[in-house]
Design a protein around this ligand. Structure first.
Ligand code: SF4
Length: 429
């Protein structure tokens, strides 16, 4: 890139030890694919949406781009008016619906802790605005943070309790809505769109980035895992109420605050049969790791409408390194995807993407092969929430360069015209 172009890039951000964020007067923003700088083009940049978050990364200096030389430089400190400030890296967590194209450019070598689970994204500042490295894959007003005003939520919860009473699951979801700020839980009380049905305490995997369970010595889990088994009666009553009254209703088993729902496949199948005896409205969905095909068959036979099966990679060795599966393997997941499609479920993959790995040629090849073999309807391109350094440490080595997340997405669109790309579960009834 010409120096002129480099000067058109946003300025690098840095923070002081209190977390106050500044734009650097000279260095420009840089971005990483895996653990090395990769040129940022202006078309890679998008204004950071309003409800995105900004983080500073303690102990770790940012890496910026020198617009005169095009060289990348670790910027450990800055002197302003004779005051020297230690510079700490800054990253963004974009609103839902955006796919990050670059990781933040950070020197992680001083770090001795594990970052909490967020999708850290490269961010800079220019013309009075923050700019993130990414692109929008789907806009959906039902997941737009602007449409979640908690001043409406609290009275809605009180009204819900008065109208329908309460129970362990409702109380759990009140905590999810008010403490974890789960949009799906808020929707239950706001009587609209997609609502959650967490049911499982156990899991047969040990994902590095599990939101509800993290082992000793790692970072804190993002939310507490449900610690009881809801009753069929409570699941059925709140589902039938929601499916009958909410616009575009979806009831989803498999949430961030639980283990693997297939460990409770009998409870789920029985609940779906009872729900469908009472209403034919809306969509009943299952978010799962897809580890047990025969249990997927049982739940599908009970009246399920759609399924979303998660994976971080279509390469078995990368999958195993992240999911650390117990008594199942990648082939079982592929079998569940194929079976779901055969049984007429709207079949989605929750593809946990990571710039520099997801856009490697071997990964794209493996993904294309999987989609062509199974005929998946929809791919969620979900930014993987994890400490980038931890993920790269644990993944198998493949030094081949990434082609870029935007180019990878364009290839998927061109080669797989029957498979939709997006970010959110889709109502199918
Ligand atoms: S499959 Fe889900 S519950 Fe199980 S370890 Fe992974 S993220 Fe956690």
């Amino acid at each position: 890139m010409e120096n002129e172009d480099l000067r058109n890039l946003p300025y690098m951000l840095y923070a002081d030890k209190e977390g106050q964020i500044y734009d650097h007067p000279y260095f420009r923003m840089a971005g990483f694919l895996r653990s090395s700088p990769s040129p940022l083009k202006t078309e890679d940049l998008i204004p950071l949406p309003e409800f995105s978050k900004l983080f500073f990364i303690p102990d770790c200096p940012p890496i910026g781009l020198d617009p005169s030389t095009g060289a990348y430089k670790t910027v450990s400190e800055i002197e302003v008016d004779g005051v020297v400030t230690k510079c700490l890296a800054v990253a963004a967590f974009p609103e839902p619906g955006l796919v990050r194209s670059h990781l933040p450019a950070v020197d992680y070598s001083p770090k001795s802790y594990t970052l909490p689970m967020w999708a850290y994204t490269a961010v800079g500042f220019m013309d009075g605005s923050y700019w993130a490295a990414g692109f929008r894959i789907e806009y959906n007003h039902k997941w737009d943070p602007k449409n979640y005003d908690d001043r409406e939520l609290v009275p809605a919860i009180e009204k819900y309790r008065k109208e329908y009473g309460s129970g362990p699951l409702v109380e759990h979801l009140i905590n999810c809505a008010t403490v974890n700020h789960c949009f799906a839980a808020k929707n239950l009380f706001l009587k609209r769109w997609e609502a959650p049905l967490p049911v499982s305490q156990a899991c047969n995997a040990a994902c590095l980035g599990c939101l509800s369970f993290q082992s000793e010595g790692s970072c804190e889990a993002s939310q507490d895992r449900i610690c009881f088994r809801p009753s069929t009666r409570e699941i059925v009553s709140l589902s039938v109420t929601h499916l009958n009254q909410a616009p575009e209703p979806i009831m989803s088993f498999g949430q961030g605050c639980e283990g693997e729902p297939l460990t409770e496949y009998r409870l789920i199948a029985e609940s779906i049969r009872e729900i469908r005896k009472r209403t034919g409205k809306g969509t009943i969905n299952l978010n799962t790791n897809g580890s047990l095909p025969e249990r997927v068959r049982e739940v599908a036979n009970s009246g399920l409408d759609s399924i979303r099966i998660s994976m971080n990679s279509a390469r078995p060795e990368f999958y195993r390194a992240y999911y650390r599966p117990k008594n199942y393997d990648f082939e079982d997941v592929v079998e569940s995807i194929a079976l779901s499609k055969e049984m007429g479920l709207y079949t989605m993959i929750n593809y946990l993407v990571f710039p520099g790995i997801t856009d490697q040629e071997k990964e794209i090849e493996a993904l294309m092969g999987l989609i062509q073999k199974t005929g998946v309807n929809f791919i969620h391109l979900k930014n993987l929430d994890i400490d980038p350094q931890l993920y790269l440490e644990k993944m198998p080595t493949d030094p081949s360069p990434g082609i870029g997340m935007r180019r990878m997405t364009a290839m998927l669109k061109a080669e797989l015209p029957d498979t939709k790309l997006g970010y959110f579960n889709q109502p199918v009834r």
